[in-house]
Write a protein that binds this ligand. Structure first.
Ligand code: CTP
Length: 395
């Protein structure tokens, strides 16, 4: 990504703080970032933090002699390979949809001849308002790309769609737009992600704390390199990465069926935290408390999706599993490689606090040839490196 350039417009919303993390991810991947901070944006992040992380000057004024002398707004609007608006507020979307040029950000959006990616962030009522719906449809018709918003709890106390996509998801959408080399074009990849949920009765289930972040990041990174990605996902709160076909499943058995239905594929990456066991019988009605005390729940083993894909008649050329270990990480990963019959195991040390559900991951890639340790990095960066490595392994 060296030499790629992004012009980042930071609008005024509580999500603006996440733009700082986005800048950090982009810089780490070698992308140059030139920031524009709106007047409202400066209420949430300071020009100094943005400038320090971007390692560039922050542009803020349309009628500033110094800014204009250094780089006129027309030149600024064309100085990058991609224009990103994060957070894209209702106001910025409305201005862009209607072609207003009332400040530096809106003027830049009107003057640019480069692709534009917006990451909307606003209150759920504002997002669902007919005016924002119209503006969104207009911007999409004008060729603007979107990432998010996600659904969830909002800073204002309401719940619904309108939260800005996570920095990792925006980062991936950016990489997908900047990436011109598409070495995985024409190759299909199956990625499993998230937890599975195994029902006990119509209201109860056995599940786990997997967030799905690493699997989603890998699906997005493979798509960014041109792969045709089927993301078979258990229940998560994440939006599907750009360009990925998501198949939603609940149980391990459904996950296996969806993976088999997606064959043939060149690549399979099993990141999902599949429940090892499921209740043997699932009650048709809710189990009630009674004099007999707690009901016994008999468990049976779930199918092993990674092992099944590794032995399949239409086995993908490259099958990759994950191993979450707390002790003897590499020795256990090597044993798992043999047991499952896959080609690589990505071993992560979950004894490091904050790995599960967090944004950082320290992994080792274990193959028949040996072990390669990668430094602790954001999950999006681990995904990008893994996708590159996959592309190199599959000429
Ligand atoms: N996996 C799978 N289907 C299962 C169980 C696991 O596809 N039913 C995959 C996971 O997606 C991951 C790898 O297998 O790629 C993890 O292997 P597993 O043996 O489940 O590892 P752990 O959960 O770490 O198990 P153990 O307690 O045996 O170490």
């Amino acid at each position: 990504m060296d030499e790629k350039r992004v012009l980042l417009i930071v609008g005024g919303g509580i999500a603006a703080y996440k733009a700082l993390e986005l800048v950090r991810l982009l810089r780490k991947a070698g992308v140059a970032v030139r920031p524009i901070l709106t007047k409202a944006g400066a209420q949430f992040v300071t020009p100094l933090s943005l400038s320090a992380l971007a390692e560039d000057k922050v542009y803020a004024q349309l009628f500033s002699l110094t800014d204009e002398a250094e780089m006129g707004h027309i030149e600024l609007s064309r100085s990058a390979d991609l224009v990103v608006v994060a957070p894209a507020t209702a106001d910025l979307m409305a201005k862009a949809a209607n072609g207003l040029a009332s400040d530096l950000a809106s003027t830049t959006l009107l003057a640019t001849d480069k692709p534009v990616l917006m990451a909307p962030a606003m209150n759920v009522r504002m997002w669902e308002h007919a005016a924002t719906r119209r503006n969104l449809a207009q911007l999409q018709a004008d060729g603007v790309r979107f990432v998010g918003p996600d659904e969830g709890a909002m800073a204002c106390g309401e719940y619904g769609p309108g939260r800005m996509a996570e920095p990792a998801a925006i980062f991936q959408a950016i990489l997908a737009l900047l990436e011109t080399a598409r070495p995985l074009e024409g190759k299909r990849a199956i990625v499993t992600a998230g937890p599975t949920a195994e029902p006990i009765d119509p209201v109860r289930m056995i599940t786990n704390r997997s967030s799905g972040k690493q699997g989603y990041a890998i699906a997005g990174a493979l798509a960014a390199l041109g792969a045709d990605v089927v993301l078979v996902s258990g229940p998560t709160a994440l939006a599907a990465p750009a360009g990925v076909n998501r198949v939603n499943v609940e149980t391990a058995q459904e996950m296996l069926s969806a993976c088999e239905a997606a064959l043939p594929a060149e690549i399979a990456v099993c990141v999902a935290a599949v429940a090892d066991w499921r209740p043997e019988t699932v009650g048709g009605s809710k189990l009630k408390k009674g004099a007999a005390g707690p009901p016994p729940i008999a468990l049976v083993e779930n199918p092993d999706i990674l092992a099944t894909l590794s032995k399949a008649a239409r086995r993908p050329r490259l099958v990759i599993g994950f191993a979450a270990e707390t002790d003897d990480v590499e020795a256990n990963a090597k044993a798992k490689l043999r047991k499952k019959g896959c080609d690589w195991i990505v071993a992560n040390d979950v004894s490091v606090a904050g790995t599960m559900g967090g944004d950082l991951n320290a992994v080792a890639i274990v193959t028949a040839k040996g072990v390669e340790r990668w430094e602790r990095a954001p999950k999006a960066e681990v995904a990008r490196r893994l996708a590159q490595r996959i592309a190199e392994a599959l000429p």
